[in-house]
Design a protein around this ligand. Sequence first.
Ligand code: FAD
Length: 328
Amino acid sequence: MDKIKNLVVGCGFSGAVFARRIAEEWNEKVVLIDSKNHIAGNCYDYLDRNGICVHKYGAHIFHTSIKPVWDFVSRFTRWYPCQHKVKGLVDGQIVPIPFNLNSLHQLFPKSMSNEIEQCLIGKFGFNVKVPILELRKAGNKNLEFLAEYIYQKIFLEYTLKQWGVKPEEIDPSVTGRVPVYISRDDRYFQDKYQGIPLEGYTRLIEKILDHQNIEVCLSTPFSKNMDYDRLFYTGPIDEFFDFELGELPYRSIHLDFVEFPYEKFQDAAVINYPCNYDWTRIGEYKYFLNDKSDRTVVSYEYPTAFERGKNERYYPIMKAENQVLYDR
Ligand SMILES: Cc1cc2nc3c(=O)[nH]c(=O)nc-3n(C[C@H](O)[C@H](O)[C@H](O)COP(=O)(O)OP(=O)(O)OC[C@H]3O[C@@H](n4cnc5c(N)ncnc54)[C@H](O)[C@@H]3O)c2cc1C
C-alpha cells in the first residue's frame, strides 16, 4: 500500500462515520480497513433465503435523543419507526421488561399490586426509573418485598447467566441499565428517535461509505507497519497497545440461529428468560421490519466467556478496576 493520508480501522458505525466526515468535511482521501469480510461491524445484517432481515451479531435497534445524530444518519436511510418492547418470562407470565407498573399488575393480585403501586409512586414519584439495588434500600415493607421479588426472579439469575457474577459484583451502571420503571411505558428505550433502517444496517453503512474519497478494504487486519499520516482506530484499545498494560475483559455470546416452518415463534421481537433455560433471550427477526414470510428465524442467546481468537468481544465487563485499566 502507498502512504495513506487517513487510515480508519474498523468498518462499523464508528469507522464509517469517521470516514464519511473526513471525506466530506475535510475533502480528503480516506482508506477504511476491516479484518472481517463484511462492513457494518456489530450491526451487520443480511436478508436470509426467506427475505427476513437477520442481525448476525444479535438484535439491534437504533435509538438516540440527539437530533444531529439522527439527522446525520437519516441522510442515508429511511426508517421503520420501531418502538422496541422487550418481554420476559417471569413466574410463567410474559411481562414487560424492564419491570414496570404493567409487569406489577400482571404478576400480583389486584389488591396487592395497587398497594405496591401507591408505595412506589409515593416514595419515588411517577415516570421515574429506580435501580433495583436502590429499591432494596427503600425502607418500606412493600417496596422491600417487591425489590426482593424482582431481584430473585429477574436480576439474580439473569445477571449470573449474562455476566457470570452476582449483580453486586458488577458496576451499578450496568444493573442501573435495567431499572424498575415506575410507569406504564412498555418501551425498552425512551429516546426521542428510534427505528430500524428500512433497508437494514448493512445497506445504511454502505450508503455512508459511498463517497469518491472513501476506499474500503475488507479482510484486512490493521498492522503497525501500515504507512499513514493519521489513524482513526475503532477496534479494541488493549489490542492496539499489544496488551502492554493488560487485557480488558469482555463477555461473549453464542447465538444459535434456528428457522421454523411457521409464521410466528413468539409474541415480541425479544423475549428474555431470566430464570428459565440456559439462554438469556430469544430474538425473532421478522418483527424488526415487519418482514412477511410463512417461515420465521430466531436466535437463542447464550452468554459465554470471551476467549481471544475463539469468539467475539460483545460486552465490556464494567468494573471499577477495568475502567482504571481502560483509562490508562
Ligand atoms: C448483542 C448486542 C446488541 C446490541 N444492541 C444494540 C442496540 O439495540 N442499539 C444500540 O444502539 N446498540 C446496540 N449494541 C451496541 C452496538 O453494537 C455498538 O455500539 C456499535 O455497533 C459499535 O460500533 P463500532 O463501529 O464502534 O464497533 P463495531 O461495530 O464493533 O465495529 C468495529 C469494527 O472494527 C473491526 N476491527 C477491530 N479490530 C480491528 C483490527 N485490528 N483491524 C481491522 N479491523 C478491526 C471489527 O472487525 C469491527 O468490524 C449492541 C451490541 C451488542 C453486542
